[in-house]
Design a protein around this ligand. Structure first.
Ligand code: HEC
Length: 474
């Protein structure tokens, strides 16, 4: 079976010839992808950027790290609820503040300092087959979602924006990275994941932070006035994505969100995770932009007992949204008001619902989207799309009816060991979408090296996977 992707025809033809003439040479390029690559290989000249470059910490500890988990004190041994959620988010912010104030507000210092925060293998280089755009060299960010100016018309956004995010694992979470990548060694070719015996599950006290900035300055979007500024090295974008063929440029981004997710089975007995977000509030008190990152909300379950489509009046019990959070952050809340952040794209536009086009449909949430994370070793097929949409993807998307049994599959509470997909052999990845992305990068390289692995595939699922990635970002 041949997989024709979005490469120019000449390249496709060449690789066809190479495939026919013996696979080895055609596979060369994929085989050179280094899971330990720091960045995508695009380094700015000294005249473009004259500061320290981002460093890749993959020295995952091999023993279970100790963690005193100060945020659990808020709970008094009981599950999280809407009354103590604000205090819980603040305790999480406090717990990461020493390091993350520097990461957010002093990028050059962060790039030169040692710290105990770790990053993902298989995420440095761009990989065309999986649609991965790699990690840029200046601040280690990944390209993210694109939003039209209209999304934030009310808060005065004048330009289309793109979001770029950086992701870090604490020492406890890094134990999982160590387990999954235990067969990998820098400089050696083979870097096969280990997923048996729940290796991809995260231990209690795991923290993963994701902070993202947008390309609009305070002049272009008043809500960003005074926000922390990072420099990144990326090509320009338009509403369709990265503009092909344009070189990267040093670009300023302005930090709008800071997500902290925590494995805490006391707080969240049904899912094991609390997903929280801080957002930038230019009017908040404080001495620097970190102080002005205010709790936006938390969710620790999808509220499966609340059918928000049929009973919109019913209050959610497993999402908390800070009533004092800035107005701009609330226009993109998820299904029935479930938590979703400003750039997560829980609200889809112009989708088809029961035969009618709906201009705006809130159709996701943090845990709903992350809950789809899974992997199918051996076949590598993409298993569950991020949103409750009928497959294959059509234009416009055909959504499952909100509140229907099918739709509700995306809004259950499952432990991280249970995949949403019923496909035999599917492995659940404990709500870690980034782990899913890294595994698919591995799989892209692996199936290039060994095309016979795809012989049983029903379709060109790489095309599907790339579409899914793209679809999620708009
Ligand atoms: C529609 C899908 C979607 C929604 C909604 C979403 N995320 Fe994510 N998130 C992703 C994907 C995909 C990644 C992987 C990194 C990337 O490619 O951007 C990710 C990465 C992350 C990470 C890095 C670690 C990991 O597990 O992947 C954190 C932390 C995170 N998101 C937190 C949140 C929080 C908090 C919310 C809600 C406020 C949220 N996300 C909503 C899709 C989503």
């Amino acid at each position: 079976m041949l997989f024709i992707n979005n490469k120019p025809l000449s390249i496709v033809t060449t690789s066809l010839l190479l495939l026919i003439s013996g696979a080895a040479q055609a596979l060369q390029s994929a085989a050179t992808i280094d899971p330990y690559a720091i960045n995508d290989g695009q380094i700015p000249s000294k005249t473009e950027y004259n500061g320290p470059l981002w460093r890749f910490n993959h020295d995952y500890s091999q023993t279970a790290a100790q963690s005193d988990r100060p945020w659990t004190k808020v709970l008094n041994g009981k599950p999280l609820n809407k009354d103590n959620a604000q205090a819980y988010i603040e305790a999480l912010k406090q717990a990461v503040a020493k390091d993350m104030r520097i990461m957010v507000t002093k990028p050059k210092e962060w790039n030169s300092a040692d710290h105990n925060w770790y990053s993902m293998l298989w995420a440095g280089e761009a990989i065309e087959k999986s649609g991965w755009e790699g990690r840029e060299a200046v601040y280690g960010t990944y390209t993210g979602q694109i939003l039209p100016a209209a999304t934030y018309a009310k808060s005065g956004l004048k330009v289309d924006i793109r979001n770029h995010a950086t992701i870090y694992y604490n020492d406890v979470a890094a134990n999982t990275l160590q387990r999954v990548w235990q067969k990998c060694h820098q400089g050696q070719k083979d870097c096969t994941p280990t997923l048996t015996n729940n290796a991809a599950q995260f231990d209690e006290g795991s923290l993963v932070v994701k902070s993202a900035g947008v390309t609009a300055s305070g002049e272009q979007w008043p809500v960003m006035q005074g926000a922390a500024t990072w420099q990144i090295y990326r090509p320009p974008f338009d509403l369709h994505g990265t503009i092909p063929g344009k070189p990267p440029v040093v670009t300023n981004i302005y930090v709008g969100i800071f997500d902290i997710i925590v494995k805490d089975s006391v707080a969240a007995p049904e899912t094991g995770w609390v997903f929280t977000t801080l957002v930038y509030d230019k009017d908040a008190p404080g001495n620097d932009a970190w102080d002005r990152m205010v709790p936006f909300g938390a969710m620790w379950g999808n509220d499966p007992d609340v059918n928000s489509a049929q009973h919109p009046e019913q209050a959610l019990q497993q999402t908390y949204v800070n009533p004092a959070a800035p107005a701009y952050s609330k226009v993109t809340l998820g299904y029935g008001g479930r938590l979703s952040g400003p750039f997560d794209i829980a609200v889809k536009t112009n989708v088809s619902v029961d035969g009618k086009i709906v201009p705006k449909l809130a159709s996701s949430s943090c845990l709903s989207c992350h809950g789809t994370s899974s992997f199918h070793p051996g076949s590598y097929q993409a298993l569950t799309f991020f949103y409750p949409v009928k497959m294959p993807l059509t234009t416009p998307w055909t959504m499952y009816t909100p509140g229907s049994v099918e739709w509700n599959e995306w809004f259950q509470n499952q432990p991280g060991t249970v995949p949403q997909s019923k496909e035999p052999g599917a492995i659940a990845l404990d709500y870690s979408t980034f782990m899913e992305g890294a595994l698919m990068n591995y799989a892209a390289v692996e199936t290039d090296k060994n095309p016979h692995l795809l012989q049983g595939a029903k379709e060109d699922f790489w095309e599907t996977w790339r579409n899914w990635q793209k679809a999620r970002k708009h």
